[in-house]
Design a protein around this ligand. Sequence first.
Ligand code: FAD
Length: 303
Amino acid sequence: MNKPALAVELQPLLQGSVRVNESMALHTTWRIGGPADLFVDPVGREDIRQAVEFARSKELPITVIGNGSNLLVKDGGIRGMVIKVGRGLAYITVDGTLIRAGAGLTLPELAAAARRAGLGGFEFAAGIPGSLGGALVMNAGAINGCTADVLQSAVVLDHQNRFITLPKEEFGFAYRTSNLQKTGTICVETCWQGIPRDPAVIEQETREYLSRRKALQPQGFPNVGSIFKNPPGDSAGRLIEAAGGKGLKVGGAEVSHKHANWILNVGNATARDVLTLIEQVKRRVMDRFGILLHLEVRVLGED
Ligand SMILES: Cc1cc2nc3c(=O)[nH]c(=O)nc-3n(C[C@H](O)[C@H](O)[C@H](O)COP(=O)(O)OP(=O)(O)OC[C@H]3O[C@@H](n4cnc5c(N)ncnc54)[C@H](O)[C@@H]3O)c2cc1C
């Protein structure tokens, strides 16, 4: 594949930028990941449609990312085209109790706008550093709510390369998953239904919630939040801790001493380090409790 030639051909079709061999470590909160062949940073949804059409015409595989806060990109990087749905789709408008926002806006930005407009239901979103597109894919949430509770509909690019609006029932939301994980459909816009609530009460609750999170969560090293989903009726962190997993280390990757379901990049960790550590943790929990832990984090790319 002649990557520079492809970039030169694609660039005039877009308002946003096209880059070659872009390090994915720049686009993941873990600061880990090899290069993407072609990296597209779109400005607006039309850029996304053009980039997808181009990739299909050249038979390039397409990978979509948001804020990279739930991603492990392997050290060999990603072949084909990566489209980052980010700042170029970060608009927001509030109309009564409805909030419409581009898929590149972040959950904390959504929560702040809702708070200012006196709309409740988004308190959970204040501490989750993902994009709204990534939130739909993961059904991001916390103890006080999740994406599926407040989403009304979303605009996606269908397989005929048309933008269509789907109601929330079409997304098959369940615990930290939606059917976008299987279909790979790209989300470009989201619409949310708020509930009128006193902004001062929202503010107070959000402040308390964020300080509780801060007390429980490791700080200071790149990470992606929880690694494994909680098994039914239990907590992955509790199981890993009880199996002696806290502090396990491979290369620059370490199981947090504070929260055993978090793996920190404590110094130039590679994806290989993280994957080896993940296997060690899974084996310990299986040997001790007979429970198979499933990844919440999404793994992309090649070795
Ligand atoms: C400090 C920290 C705390 C966290 N706390 C929480 C928490 O409390 N609760 C929680 O649920 N998660 C939490 N997370 C994880 C993460 O923030 C969420 O999973 C978030 O929803 C991921 O969004 P993202 O934009 O970063 O997606 P990415 O990590 O970029 O991608 C995740 C998946 O979504 C896909 N994707 C992204 N954007 C789109 C799009 N526009 N269209 C189609 N597919 C897309 C990607 O292909 C990938 O499969 C935390 C992470 C960190 C670093």
